[in-house]
Design a protein around this ligand. Structure first.
Ligand code: DX5
Length: 231
């Protein structure tokens, strides 16, 4: 966590140069990010295919910031132990892919990792209301998962605010993350609604002044929005 910042900036490595992932994660760390998110896609839950656990394990020694695995897969129970072994301290599963969500989340914690639940834009928050005691992270998707570079869905902001209130009322220490279309222009709405962990992909890699400037601008815009919202 960066000093006293109220937010965490978490890059998605989806836009990175896959031929030099080790250097890429080191450059992200040098740019001041708080964690790194690996978008794991199986070609079934979403129409895209990305990182096996070995790719993440090979990159682990090139940075010391925590890794999280965002599993966009239809059978997370099968795969999640391998991502924990590969060095991910947090594993996020999609509630839409978990028939036995309570069991899956408990399994992640029993395996020594932190547990997160991701919700697609149309998925109601009630899906996690009864497992908050097993969660370290709730991820409200602000795009339909599968690809980087999509437009931010601002109609998710009331859902983000509802999630923040639900977490507050539960008394549990649960981070609230958003992912999809987050950048200098969109982060204020998500942060003012209650998001504190901010995943960004294309906005970091496409920033005209480079990674560090992008991280700083997103962090500053989020902190300003939180202050203005009285947070
Ligand atoms: C989409 C992924 C996101 C995506 C973010 O399914 O979960 O992490 O890579 O990329 P941007 O910030 O470009 O939307």
């Amino acid at each position: 966590m960066n000093g006293e910042s109220a937010v965490q900036i978490v890059p998605s490595v989806l836009p990175a140069d896959f031929a030099r992932l080790g250097e890429e994660v080191a450059e992200l760390e040098a740019a001041g990010v708080d964690k790194i998110q690996w978008d794991v896609m199986d070609g079934r839950f979403v129409p895209n295919l990305t990182f096996g656990p070995d790719v993440i394990a090979a990159s682990r020694k090139h940075a010391s910031v925590p890794f999280e695995a965002h599993l966009m897969v239809v059978e997370p129970d099968e795969l999640l132990p391998k991502y924990i072994e590969a060095g991910c301290e947090l594993v996020i599963v999609h509630v839409e892919a978990c028939t036995h969500l309570h069991k899956t989340l408990a399994g992640i914690r029993e395996a020594g990792a932190k547990a997160g639940a991701a919700l697609n834009p149309a998925t109601p928050l009630d899906t996690v209301r009864h497992v908050l005691d097993l969660l370290d992270m709730v991820l409200v998707m602000t795009v339909n998962p599968g690809f980087g570079g999509q437009a931010y869905i601002s109609t998710m902001e009331p859902k983000i605010a509802e999630a923040a209130a639900m977490i507050e009322a539960s008394g549990h220490r649960i981070d609230l993350e958003v992912d999809g279309g987050i950048g200098p222009k969109t982060v204020a709405g998500a942060a003012a609604a209650g998001a504190r962990v901010l995943v960004a992909g294309s906005a970091l890699y496409k920033h005209e002044d480079g990674l560090e400037a992008a991280v700083t601008e997103i962090r500053t815009n989020a902190e300003k929005a939180i202050a203005q919202a009285g947070g």
